[in-house]
Design a protein around this ligand. Sequence first.
Ligand code: TMP
Length: 211
Amino acid sequence: MSGRFIAFEGGEGAGKSTQAQLLAEALRARGLEVDVTREPGGTAGAEAIRTLLLDPPGTGWGAQAEALLFAAARADHVARRIKPALASGTWVICDRFVDSSRAYQGGAGKLGDDAITSLHKFGSGGLRPDLTILLEVDEARLARRLAARDGTQSDAIGGRSEEYHRSVADAFRSLASHEPDQFAVVDGNGEPNDVHTRILGAIAGLLKERN
Ligand code: TMP
């Protein structure tokens, strides 16, 4: 049986990486093979593109070039890591996937959803996760977490204006409300273990399908 594909989405500092690791441990404890990966990145080529995107040369990328680079990184990641893992029965947990491109480049970056989904169709055959977990965290808590994590350092995209990031959050919320079968919106406030328990509740259906 092929593996399941779960993506974590949300703004910066929402706790995605921590929750991806906690979920992987919980699934491994149930005897599943799990591959935890991230975007942009996850293969040598995609990690090289990540550097280009987050620490861009010169004056940085225009909106279209940025979207193409994310799509190119994703195409390599899907072809070389995600699809082979799923085919061999491994569960894949990905810290961000195409819905980040839809929210950041399509929504906040104003390229529109059709442009991003077309690129995804061309680059990655339109692959969608079995479930996308959108972690929602209060703005004040996010600001505190980010200050503790990044200090004054942030990358080319993380460092964009508050308005840009608010627009990313709105775009995620809108995607989730229009695609309720694709998304599980999980309250990311509180202790990591409490958030983890909520996530286990959100994926219960996927685990049941397997039995
Ligand atoms: P992170 O993986 O540390 O969150 O950093 C990745 C940054 O790239 C983050 O600011 C979100 C942004 N991003 C996009 O703008 N579009 C995408 O498709 C992805 C995967 C990430």
